[in-house]
Ligand binder design. Structure first.
Ligand code: MEV
Length: 419
């Protein structure tokens, strides 16, 4: 049994010690631990099979956010990201939500495919013909993926809409189970294209999934106790939310902060983060007005309640989730069994990240936290090594002069003292 309380001081350890703790707690095997610490966990020959014209691999830091309790279960969240402060902020926001933590839910994994038909001579007749042959069309689409049908997935609905005087679109919803769904849907769309041409007397153009997965929504909620975070933070976060609600310039950055939490988990698990980004921002504008993806309000007792809802088309099978060696380890660290569970975690991290940003922005500002980490990078650039990095970073962050010259001066000072 993994003892999650052992991870509360994870941030204080060195990378190899963190990995050793994961192994000791039975989260991963020692072979997986070795892979995590390898300089190139994704071998070039594997990368060469993933995309075209490979010349190497491009790496990101992989960290772990701790303190997440979701639907009563503790878990560790792997995050792949280059931006300082994000992992620390998620960890801290999750800690403040304890002991209750987050609650989350996800819809069935329903994705929608689209087939565009142009040059339709009689749109009304075409729509009627297609609607009248739904059963055959669905059967043909399902025949492309018998495995998915065995698992309880497959096409659940098919609709036909008029777009212009001679253009129609056929939308079909598919339960894709634990897949992200793009391959399944695109294969199905291509399989029914010829039949749709015949039924409509038109010409099929696009056959593709929509990334606006609005039938595959995930939701999360959290309540921060006013005695834990302070009344000023409750009011500050609500005001910050209202700013985003009433102003599109702020809504954009508000949602960027949410994606700061979401994308790293999506990337760590080998999922398609462009699809998630596209779906999230389109969903934010689904009412015709671009809105924040989270909502923050004061409860009757004065606590802060936050909620999030967005489409999350995430898979556990196929694509880089299977081919990238670290994606499998990330899923193992999360300890989740279904794509729906993964989506729930991701929604919670987005909510937590947003809380962390709004809390900092509405009180002390974000630069203090950023500067501490930025200072470490500058210290390294200035030539600091091992223990010197922390010491130099502390000096320049305290001075509030975080540049390479200041770091070089501080390094001299540190080395002088060490003599
Ligand atoms: C920076 O990466 C993200 C923030 O700008 C988000 C926000 O403003 O809410 C801090």
């Amino acid at each position: 049994m993994t003892d999650y309380s052992q991870f509360s001081s994870l941030y204080k350890l060195k990378p190899a010690e963190r990995v050793a703790l994961l192994v000791k707690q039975g989260v991963i095997t020692s072979q997986e631990g070795d892979l995590l610490l390898k300089e190139t966990p994704l071998p070039v020959n594997v990368a060469d099979r993933m995309i075209e014209s490979v010349i190497g691999t491009h790496q990101l830091p992989l960290g772990i956010a701790t303190n997440f309790r979701i639907n009563g279960r503790d878990l560790l969240v792997p995050m792949a990201i280059e931006e300082p402060s994000v992992v620390a902020a998620a960890t801290n926001a999750a800690k403040l939500a304890l002991p209750k933590g987050f609650t989350a839910s996800s819809d069935d994994p329903i994705m929608t495919g689209q087939v565009q038909v142009v040059n339709v001579p009689n749109v009304a007749k075409a729509v009627k013909e297609i609607e009248g042959h739904k059963i055959e069309l669905i059967a043909k689409a399902n025949a492309t993926n018998p495995m998915m049908i065995t698992l309880g997935g497959g096409v659940k609905a098919l609709r036909c809409r008029k777009l212009t005087k001679n253009m129609i679109v056929i939308d079909f919803d598919v339960d894709v189970r634990d897949a992200m769904g793009a391959n399944t849907i695109n294969t199905m769309a291509e399989a029914i294209a010829l039949d749709l041409e015949k039924l409509s007397s038109g010409k099929v153009r696009l056959r593709i999934i929509t990334n606006l997965a609005d039938k595959r929504l995930s939701r999360a909620s959290v309540e921060y106790d006013k005695n834990t975070i302070g009344e000023e933070v409750v009011d500050g976060v609500v005001d910050a939310y209202l700013f985003a609600y009433h102003d599109i310039y702020r809504a954009c950055t508000h949602n960027k902060g949410i994606m700061n939490g979401i994308d790293p988990v999506v990337i760590a698990t080998g999922n398609d983060w462009r699809a998630i980004e596209a779906g999230a921002h389109t969903y934010a504008a689904i009412t015709g007005k671009y809105l924040p993806l989270t909502k923050w309000e004061k409860t009757k007792t004065g606590n802060l309640r936050g909620t999030i809802e967005l489409p999350l088309a995430l898979g556990l099978v196929g694509g880089a989730t299977k081919t990238h060696p670290l994606a499998q380890i990330a899923l193992k660290i999360l300890g989740i069994k279904t794509a729906q569970e993964l989506a729930q975690v991701v929604a919670c991290v987005g909510l937590a990240q947003n809380f962390a940003a709004l809390r900092a922005l509405s009180t002390t500002g974000i630069q203090t936290g950023h500067m501490k980490l930025h200072a470490k990078n500058i210290a390294v650039i200035a030539g600091a090594e091992n223990d010197e990095i922390e010491k130099v970073a502390e000096i320049i962050a305290k001075q509030k002069i975080v540049n390479v010259d200041a770091a070089k001066e501080a390094l001299k000072e540190v080395r002088e003292k060490a003599k």
